[in-house]
Every structure is written in C-alpha cells, then in structure tokens.
Design a protein around this ligand. Structure first.
Ligand code: ADP
Length: 520
C-alpha cells in the first residue's frame, strides 16, 4: 500500500477525528488504524489488493458498541464494512468493497445459547463453525452442523453470504430463523417472532406477522446483524450413501438427470455436489509433480493423475439421513438408479448411531482441508469463484460446462468446477485457482472472469455470489426491466441509510451519495 486509503471526500485529518471518536466510544484497544491493521483486513487474494483497502477497523464486543460505531459513522459519513469472521475466501475475505471503509470486525462477539428441545442455536456473529461444534461436543448435544469447505469462517457470516454445506441443512441461509439487526440509523430491530415482546417462538417460526425480513439482510447492506437463530439438524439414527466416480466429461449430463429427480422427489434430502477430478486431486498433489508445461493440462496428464488416485472425471457423494430402516430402503433405490448410468466406481458407506463416525462435511464436522487446493500452482495461492445458477437439466449443465472448460483452456487455466444441487437448482461453482506470484497469469484473470460472466449471461445464467471486484458487474447482469431490482434495492438503501454508511457497494447496491463509485 502506497497511500493511506481514504473514502471519497475524506482527508487524513478527518480520518484521525473518526479514529479518535471510535477510541472515545470503545476504548483504544478495540480500534485498529495502524498500517499493519490495514494489511490484516485487506484481501490478499484480490487481483488488485489495494482496490479494497480499508482505512482501519473496529472490534466491538457488544450491541451497544455496534450502535455507537454506527452513530459515529453517521456523524462523519464514514462508510463501514461489517464482517463476522471475515473468512469469505474467493469473494473478498475481510476487505470492503469501497476502499477507505472501516471494517467492523464482529469476531469478538461469540455468545452461544442453545435450545436443545428444538435444535435452535442463538448465536452472535463471531461464532465460527469450530466454536459451535466444540460447544455441542462439550455439552453432549446430539446435533450436526452444516459446514462449508472453509469452516474457519462464521456460522452467521456464511449464512448471510448464502454459503452452503452438504447435509440436508446444506442451504445455510434457509435455516436462519429470526435476526437481531442494528439498522443504519442505529436502531435495534428483531425480525419474525423476535418483534413480539416475551415470545419464546423467535427461533421457531421464521415469518412473524406481516412481511418477513430475514432475507432482506442477506447479501445486502441494510443493517449489521448482531444475533441470529440458526436451526441445527438432530443427529440422525443412521447415515448411508455412496461415493461415486464417473469416467468421462460427458457423463455430467446423465449424473444431473439421475440425481436431480431424486433430489426433487425428496429421496435425497442433502445437497450433493458433483466435482471434477481437480477438486479431488488438488488436495492430494500439486501441479509441478506432473508437468512443467504452461497452459491448461493436456488430457494425457489428466489421465495420469486420475489413474494414480483412482478418481473419475467427475465424482459425487450421495448421503441418506434418518431412520435406519428408511435409509436401507432408500439406498436400494439409489443403488439401482445410479447403476443405470454406469458409474466407474461406487464406494458404499454406512453408519449407525453409536459407531465411530466419518468426520466430514456429511456429518457436519468442521474442516479446512479443501482450502489446500490453492497450493495447486504453488506460489501465493488463492482462488476466485465464478458461480452461476443453472436448472437441474443435464443437457444445459453439460453445455455450460463445455463452454466454461473451453474458456479455461483458452486462458491456459486448469479447470476446477462443481455442480451443487439445491432443491430445484444447481450452483455451478468454478474455482479459478490463482498464483499471485505469477504476473503473466494474473494479468489475464480479469478478462477471463468477464468472459465467463458474459457467456453465462448470454445463456440466461446469473451468479449467486461474487467477489468484491465483480459485484457491480454481476448486479448489472440482473437487468430485467431496466435493472428494476437494483433500483428497488437502492430505493430501500437510500430510505434506510441516507448517509450511505453501511457497506456501500455490497452486492452492487450503492447509496445515492456514492453512486459515482459504481464500476462497470
Ligand atoms: P465468513 O467468515 O463466514 O466467511 P464473513 O464474515 O467474511 O463470513 O462474511 C461474509 C460477508 O457477509 C461479509 O463480507 C459481509 O458482506 C457480510 N456480513 C458478514 N457478517 C455480517 C453481519 N454481521 N452483518 C451484516 N453483514 C455481514
């Protein structure tokens, strides 16, 4: 970083006044405005690390402190960027969209309460998946989490950015039930039944009376969430399933057309994710063990890697949760349906309560090993996600894969892609693995990413989530009726946040005051 990053209209002197106001309200030990602090909160994996540099950070530990921060921000028109634990790798980590914003780091708010009768955790934003897991273990509570590949992050942060796990509760945002939020004017609000004084149904009925607002605070910049109720899955009596490998890229079509109906009818209740060979291989080996050739890997090298680790071109893990008798019956159906599409390899797995358990995303165990894929190229590794939403249609999924794969080859990148099932959709997560030390390759990433977004748009597919760099691009691609949705979002933004202080630019939503900051 060469210069002090300041928000638009700020001078170093005004920033100093803001810092002093924060120190007076919170105490100096919760205010971080040194160069090293700024480095801590930047996105070290962004294409241009300086583009999202914060001017500082604050670390409140109570709701009152969050309210005090919001009050000061309004006074000085200082943009804030709330994070829960800031481990949003591939999408911006802890850095703000608008350079010079102050990061509100909520990782010190770590209270957990648990309603064991109903399986509802009431948690603060700093509670990570490991924290909640440890809490359940320490208290002998038979509940499973829905953990993402990077479980280092926050349970609330993940749900607020629509991250996913792999159990029947895999769509984390759907299992939020009632939020507590500090609004941009500093007022504290509880959504759903939390608005009813003395109700003990806050974590049970998600809608309350009148409009349901929970999703309004998801992927938005309409408030700072300070508490949430999250439903957890009771430990099932049994877990059965299979890890299945398929040999050819074209097999994707049959896989989607076989698994989709099983998911939609409810035989499969979890969220399976079809991943290509590199998703499996990149955590087992590194590229330099196989080739020193630049450009996308040749089929020969891919075949050699697959052979060594006995992995398919595509693999998928399918799991059944519930009563043992029901799982046994469902397994027969699954086995027969999968058998019809000729897998290369089927590895059955089964568990009943009391036995030693598989420690994976399927049993809600926190994990970080999938992050190892960023070592694939060596150097300073990272990844950027490109993730359009598709229908559960084999022909369309295959066509989207073929288009994307051709682009990866054109730009000399090794393809790592997956297709994660929701109830009726697929999220096609493509991880662009990068090496920040490889200048030549880094120079191509932006054009590569934009080509992928344009291809998807031309075929009617929009992204479900994106990196800070591309929030405006993606928001702009949701253009129906002259960007009516973006205009609605910004009308709401301006009404709730007239000074435009909460996360300007998040999801492409800009307050009028900062509308000039929108990127193309
Ligand atoms: P994780 O650590 O689980 O990856 P983050 O803390 O990085 O999650 O949060 C992901 C994104 O969600 C952040 O960049 C921010 O835009 C939004 N976010 C996170 N926590 C909050 C919160 N408490 N209130 C409002 N928005 C939040």
């Amino acid at each position: 970083m060469e210069e002090l990053p300041l928000p638009p209209g700020f001078t170093a002197r005004k920033l100093d006044q803001v810092r002093k106001a924060f120190e007076a309200a919170l105490g100096a030990d919760k205010v971080f405005f040194e160069d090293l602090d700024r480095l801590t909160y930047q996105d070290k994996f962004a294409i241009d690390e300086d583009a999202h540099h914060p001017s500082g950070a604050v670390g409140p530990t109570t709701v009152e402190e969050v309210q005090a921060i919001v009050k000061i921000a309004n006074q000085f028109a200082m943009p804030l960027w709330p994070i829960s634990r800031g481990k949003n790798f591939g999408y911006g980590t802890s850095a703000p969209e608008l350079a010079g914003s102050v990061v509100v780091d909520l990782s010190g708010m770590k209270k957990i309460e648990f309603d064991a009768a109903n399986g509802v955790a009431t948690i603060e934003p700093g509670v990570g998946f490991y924290d909640l897991y440890d809490y359940l273990q320490a208290n002998g509570l038979p509940f499973w989490l829905s953990t993402p590949g990077n479980s280092w992050g926050s349970v609330i942060g993940n749900a607020l950015d629509r991250g996913v796990g792999y159990t029947p509760y895999g769509e984390n945002t759907k299992f939020l039930c009632g939020l507590e939020v500090v609004l941009p004017n500093g007022e504290l609000v509880r959504t759903g039944m939390g608005a009813f004084d003395g109700a003990d149904t806050w974590g049970l009925y998600p809608f309350g009376f009148g409009p349901g607002w929970d999703q309004m605070f998801v992927q938005s910049n309409f408030g700072i969430v300070t508490k949430a109720n999250v439903w957890l899955m009771e430990e099932p009596e049994s877990l059965m399933g299979m890890d299945v490998e398929f040999d050819r890229p074209e097999d994707l079509k049959a896989m989607v057309d076989c698994i989709g109906p099983l998911r939609r009818e409810g035989l499969l209740r979890q969220s399976p994710s079809i991943g290509n060979w590199l998703r499996a291989a990149s955590i087992l080996t590194t590229r330099d063990e196989w080739t020193d050739q630049p450009g996308a890997l040749s089929d020969d090298v891919i075949d050699a890697i697959r052979k060594r680790f006995n992995i398919g071109w595509w693999g998928v893990s399918l799991r059944l949760y519930g009563r043992e008798e029901m799982n046994k019956a469902a397994y027969k159906v699954l086995e027969s349906e999968i058998g019809k599409i000729k897998p290369m390899l089927v590895k059955p797995t089964s568990w009943v309560k009391g036995q030693p358990m598989e420690r994976s995303g399927f049993t809600g165990t926190p994990m970080t090993f999938p992050l190892q894929n960023v070592n694939w190229y060596g150097g300073r590794g990272g990844h950027i996600g490109f993730s359009p939403i598709l229908p559960q249609d084999g022909d369309k999924a295959l066509a989207q894969f073929q288009r994307t794969y051709a682009r990866y080859k054109e730009y000399g990148m090794d393809y790592q892609g997956s297709f994660a099932f929701g109830e009726r959709h697929l999220i096609n997560v493509n991880a662009m693995i990068i090496d920040k030390d490889d200048d030549a390759k880094m120079a191509k990433i932006d054009t590569f990413f934009r080509a992928l977004v344009a291809d998807a748009k031309a075929n009617g597919y929009g992204e479900y989530r994106t990196h800070l760099d591309y929030m405006d691009l993606v928001a702009g691609s949701y253009g129906w009726n002259n960007n009516a949705l973006r205009r609605l979002n910004e009308t709401v933004k301006n009404a709730l946040d007239p000074n435009g202080i909460i996360a300007p630019g998040k999801s492409g939503i800009w307050p009028s005051r900062l509308a000039g900051e929108r990127k193309s």
